[in-house]
Design a protein around this ligand. Structure first.
Ligand code: BTN
Length: 257
């Protein structure tokens, strides 16, 4: 079967952000499936206006151009299928690099992949919507691979790298190939069946370590505390508070208990 994701692949030594390059190609009409990868980003970005950093040549930083026939409302399915693909890739890496205790891979709402409870990968999806139609989406993925997170003391309390967890350097090109294979398979599931987005949502929900926990959520408008009760059909977090249930579409979650 002809693959979609990764049939065209470009690797750069240095870019501003792989999402920017992929967007430029998308605007020029490039086919979906294009992957732009870089050894170094000088202006890598994360969600909520944050920057995304990794020492040159150590990690996975790539963007995929997608043109799914999804409504803009279902575009969260792209983040979810990518989270599942990354989680599967990390489990494959764990099987190929055995350590004493098999590391726990889990997902954190809305877009993180955790190894042993620490952030190891992040996802940033940026879209172009016109006349209520999704024209394209740029799926940006960063995975922390071969560096010691202690070099970033401001992150080391909640983030980790594969080399920190596995105690050795991990083959980046094997990791990237496995990631692209997993992304291709999950993307096919997302777009190829009527129930694709809801199947992906169910699987993603089942792997969310966040549900059932008391959490603090930093949103663009303030801080909310409550029990992370569930996610809705839009992938939004349903937070139970003393007297009401609130719906959060984005934010940064810290588990309190
Ligand atoms: C997050 O966790 O906040 C999302 C991080 C996404 C980082 C990736 S690295 C490749 C792509 N290019 C970027 O500038 N950002 C994404």
């Amino acid at each position: 079967m002809r693959r979609t994701i990764g049939q065209t692949f470009h690797n750069y030594n240095q870019v501003t952000s792989t999402n920017d390059l992929a967007r430029e190609k998308a605007e020029l009409g490039e086919e979906e499936g294009l992957v732009i990868s870089a050894d170094e980003q000088t202006a890598g970005r994360g969600r909520l206006g944050r920057s995304w950093i990794a020492p040159p040549g150590t990690s996975i930083q790539l963007s995929v151009l997608l043109r799914p026939r999804l409504s803009p409302r279902s575009a969260h399915g792209i983040t979810q299928m990518a989270a599942l693909a990354i989680a599967n890739t990390l489990r494959e890496i764990a099987e190929a690099n055995p350590i004493n205790i098999f590391p726990v891979v889990s997902l954190k709402w809305p877009n993180d992949v955790l190894l042993n409870g620490m952030k190891c990968a992040g996802i940033l999806v940026e879209t172009r919507v016109e006349n209520e139609t999704l024209v394209f989406a740029i799926l940006g993925i960063g995975i922390n691979v071969n560096f010691a997170m202690r070099i970033y003391p401001e992150l080391s309390g909640f983030a980790t790298t594969l080399s920190d967890v596995f105690g050795k350097q991990i083959d980046r090109s094997a990791l990237r190939n496995s990631l692209l294979d997993n992304l291709d398979a999950y993307y096919r599931r997302l777009v190829n069946s009527e129930s694709g987005p809801s199947d992906i949502l169910k699987e993603w929900r089942a792997e969310l370590g966040t549900l059932g926990q008391t959490v603090r959520v930093l949103t663009q408008t303030g801080i909310e505390v409550g029990i992370a009760e569930d996610v809705d059909i839009d992938g939004a977090l349903l937070l139970r508070q003393a007297d009401k249930m609130i719906t959060l579409y984005s934010g940064d979650v810290t588990i309190l208990s």
